[in-house]
Design a protein around this ligand. Structure first.
Ligand code: FAD
Length: 288
């Protein structure tokens, strides 16, 4: 339960962090809140020889509006997301999702950047970022580039980030006003990772669903974008048949492992149940 030895670095800006990462060994890792990385180091599942701490870089913090996009700095903590008025006004599902991540102690230091960059299918934010069609901004030795959350996840703890790149911000197109939203998470107890969870964003016009997107958490090797499940409810008033079709569409793309949270069959079924619950709640919210 004691991590291996490492050198600690604390750059003051993004450029210094990038230069450091290019100069150091290939097993150097950035550390944000440390609430995923440090447990992995203690279990010796990760043994970086250098840690580059992003906590001293003010540019990585904060939330701002840029045109119709909301930009969330990678080092913004889950707690700061819950308390942020701009996010509450434009993307309330971010608050709803943050409140079911871990517990207050973890949320005070765990960051949105760490949550999405980690690549753990159990993290709650990646599926939400897929549903919101967010874009990740990465900075590295070759400059900045952007990549859609929907294209970012390649496998467990494997992402499209290249060596030496830092996730600096997340760009989220503000959903239209009004819109419906819900994050439904089944967990065994407060503070647990999801048995299965679903994020839904939708709009309603003339009593029918006009647009819909769905993301799923912890029911495959990566977060999932459930395109067919969303398609099943577009143009409907969310009748029983379309809801069942959406649940089946979500279940069809899952491939969860059996673990302490349940068998693979149970977790697949729960992905369908969470999808139906999230759709129903989002539709009710959009229809008021
Ligand atoms: C008891 C407990 C319960 C938890 N429950 C949940 C839960 O229910 N749901 C959930 O989603 N999470 C949960 N977590 C994880 C928590 O949300 C973490 O804080 C989060 O996953 C990682 O954020 P972090 O800032 O701590 O990142 P770190 O642990 O510092 O980093 C995680 C990984 O991301 C990389 N990284 C971090 N920031 C960047 C960046 N800006 N650019 C590039 N790479 C980066 C690191 O190198 C590392 O590989 C739990 C953690 C604990 C300890």
């Amino acid at each position: 339960m004691i991590p291996g030895t490492f050198d600690y670095h604390r750059p003051a800006n993004i450029s210094d962090a990038i230069v450091l990462l290019s100069r150091l060994d290939s097993d150097a890792r950035v550390i944000a809140g440390g609430h995923s990385l440090i447990p992995m180091m203690k279990l010796r599942l990760a043994a970086p020889s250098h840690l580059v701490d992003l906590a001293g870089i003010p540019e990585l913090k904060g939330v701002r509006l840029e045109g119709s996009d909301i930009i969330v700095g990678a080092m913004t903590t889950q707690h700061e997301i819950i308390a942020n008025d701009l996010l509450a006004a434009h993307i309330p599902i971010l608050r709803e999702t943050s409140t079911v991540i871990a517990d207050p102690q973890v949320r005070y230091v765990g960051t949105i950047g760490g949550n999405v960059a980690n690549g753990d299918p159990g993290n709650d934010m990646p599926a939400l970022m897929m549903a919101l069609d967010a874009t990740y901004v990465l900075s590295g030795p070759k400059g900045d580039r952007r990549i859609a959350a929907r294209d970012y996840y390649e496998g467990p703890y494997t992402t499209a980030a290249r060596p030496g790149e830092i996730l600096t911000a997340i760009r989220i197109p503000a959903p239209p006003k009004p819109h419906g939203y819900a994050y439904e998470k089944l967990k065994r107890k407060v503070g647990d990772y999801a048995t299965a969870a679903a994020a839904v964003i939708l709009t309603v016009a003339n009593g029918k669903i006009a647009t819909c997107s769905i993301g799923l958490t912890n029911v495959a090797d990566t977060a999932l974008f459930a395109k067919d499940a969303a398609q099943a409810v577009i143009g409907t008033a969310l009748d029983k048949a379309s809801l069942a079709k959406a649940s089946a569409g979500a279940e069809a793309i899952t491939s969860p492992a059996a673990d302490g949270r349940g068998s693979a069959e149970y977790r697949t079924k729960m992905a369908g149940v969470m999808t139906a619950r999230a759709l129903s709640r989002a539709f009710a919210r959009a229809s008021v």
